[in-house]
Design a protein around this ligand. Sequence first.
Ligand code: KIV
Length: 270
Amino acid sequence: MAPKEIKKVTTNTIQKLKIAGEKISMITAYDYSFAKLFDAAGIDIILVGDSASNVMAGHTTTLPITLDQMIYHAQSVVRARERSLIVVDIPFGSYQSNSEIALASAIKIMKESGAHTVKLEGGEEVIDSVKKIVSAGIPVMGHLGLTPQSINKFGTYVVRATEKSEAEKLKKDALLLQEAGAFAIVLEKIPATLAKEVSESLTIPTIGIGAGKYCDGQVLVMHDMLGINTEFKPRFLRQYLNLSEQITGAVQRYIKDVKGSEFPNENEQY
Ligand code: KIV
């Protein structure tokens, strides 16, 4: 199934891609203009990630972003959607307390943004919430490994599940998420061998970020892969553009033209 042949990507399409052995492409977006480009380029999934807290708002963690702010970003992305599946992160504090609150947050995202699915972080601890959200008809994507909303517990962004006990818990959590009805799971920053084992043990797809090539799909944060954010250079990141350099150069040329009275010229005025 070539990307262009799929009319509208749904969670069923994502499942079929895993069965067909075709890799799933996912990228983050937080606004209308970039989402429109990514959708037209043929991306399977657009994630309105809570990484918006970092890359859009300049916070150092994903914790501060609110449910209403996530909905604002999601609404902008949904307006651009022709084909891609839209997944929205439920932000920190909007699902951890109990499954009723988790369901209320998921419903608010779906009603107010028009997105197709939600994502939340964690395994066993959030299983009741996953079941409740799924039983309300809302597809859920899980997220295991390095879960940035728990950064204060981890204390560092290093690779997770290198120790046997954490790897065993992750494998168990992945199965629990699948049993609870999750349609896919993000695996972030874990050893490739562990991601391979998890991906092969599940019938639902895994989407990796820093989790090696054996995942059923891959996700990158748009600012990292387009080279907008140049401070973040982890080993797993492949930078496809150097937009930071290009934008800086373009703006410097514009400043020079304005200062030198070279812009606008005769053809650029009324
Ligand atoms: O918020 C985000 O961008 C994410 C990805 C890193 C998977 O959750």
